[in-house]
Ligand binder design. Structure first.
Ligand code: ATP
Ligand code: MG
Length: 328
């Protein structure tokens, strides 16, 4: 039995969570769902965006399924990632038939290191008008993330892992990352390994994104290139993500609370539903994930979508179409 903390949060987080849970609860999986509060509304109610009771409960859970937090996002989701030590940020980017995008037939997964690099928070004001930031790259964290990428490739039947770095300029930090990458790659003879400089990779991503299968990179490069990848395949309403640690995992759509459309029932539930599918794969239910993803693809290809993708359905109407398309 896996315990899953369900945190809808704010804005459209609540609406898309209701849609994803409609589908999850349709299956008889050995999950126990624990509904918890966090975000702007929790802060108004309890004075804390991430109440102690929520954090305590989350620690007892195997995973968090998270909707969105508004103004308090940093206090909630960034804090949860740190507290639960989720070292890998996984962001798939793929095209869907029926969704206008810059390219066709794109299907990649970006594996981003989530704990170090320039985002460690080691920023200093050295003197008035002079600031600096320290970029930390360790063998341990690099090896852990690279190994995760190769294991993911094997598990998903993917053929290639590509490392992105800037080792010609940052010879020590990126140099170490590249060295560790090829060391680990040597243990996976069934999977091709190559590397690009991050700047060149951005050009390839814009022009020929089909070149990429699994991409592994350090924290800041991963942050930037995963948004680029999401843009290349059609945007925010479709982008799921996962944060994976040794003991815990957090699954969340890439989009936020989107207050401009909140409360109208028109948010696209796709990113949240695909996020739930990532959780199903994580817990060893790939066949369920395949069926739900197939149903999402069918709904989108028939134009049975929310207005952001040109359809006329409400959030829960689309969720019900997806549910009815899930193969028995
Ligand atoms: P936050 O500050 O929490 O990130 P935001 O206002 O920046 O929220 P995002 O959720 O990041 O909003 O998304 C930016 C815009 O994209 C939204 O304002 C909304 O118009 C659109 N959008 C995002 N997600 C969805 C969705 N699931 N369905 C439809 N439109 C969406
Ligand atoms: Mg935003």
């Amino acid at each position: 039995m896996k315990k899953v903390a369900v945190i809808p949060g704010d804005g459209i987080g609540k609406e898309v969570m209701e849609a994803a849970m409609l589908i999850l609860e349709n299956f008889n999986l050995s999950f126990k769902y624990v509904w918890l509060e966090a975000g702007d509304e929790a802060e108004k109610k309890y004075g804390r965006a991430l109440p102690d009771e929520t954090l305590e409960e989350v620690r007892k859970c195997d995973a968090v399924l998270f909707g969105a937090a508004g103004e308090t996002a940093a206090d909630v989701i960034v804090r949860l990632r740190q507290e639960l030590k989720t070292f890998a940020n996984i962001r798939p980017a793929r095209t869907f038939k029926g969704v206008p995008a810059l390219h066709e037939n794109v299907n990649m997964v970006i594996v981003r290191e989530n704990t170090e690099c320039l985002y460690r928070g080691l920023e200093f004001e050295v003197a008035d008008g002079i600031t600096e930031a320290v970029r930390v790259i360790t063998r341990e964290a690099s090896e852990r993330i690279v190994r995760y990428a190769f294991e993911l490739a094997r598990r998903e039947g993917r053929k290639r892992v590509t490392a992105l770095h800037k080792a010609n300029v940052m010879r020590k930090t990126c140099g170490l990352f590249r060295q560790v990458f090829y060391q680990v790659a040597g243990e996976y003879e069934d999977i091709k390994a190559n590397d690009y400089y991050i700047d060149a990779a951005c050009m390839y991503m814009a022009m020929r994104p089909q070149m990429f299968d699994v991409v592994v990179t350090t924290n800041m490069f991963g942050d930037i290139i995963s948004d680029l990848a999401a843009g290349v395949v059609g945007g925010l309403g479709l982008a799921p993500s996962a944060n994976i640690g040794e003991k815990h995992a957090i699954f969340e759509p890439v989009h936020g609370a989107a207050f401009d459309i909140a409360g109208k029932g028109i948010a696209n539930p796709t990113a949240m539903i695909l996020t739930a599918c990532m959780m199903l794969r994580h817990f060893g239910y790939p066949e369920y994930a395949d069926r739900i993803e197939g149903a999402v693809e069918k709904a989108i290809s028939e134009g049975k979508t929310t207005p952001d993708l040109g359809g006329e359905l409400k959030t829960m109407e689309m969720a019900n179409v997806v549910l009815s398309y899930v193969e028995p």
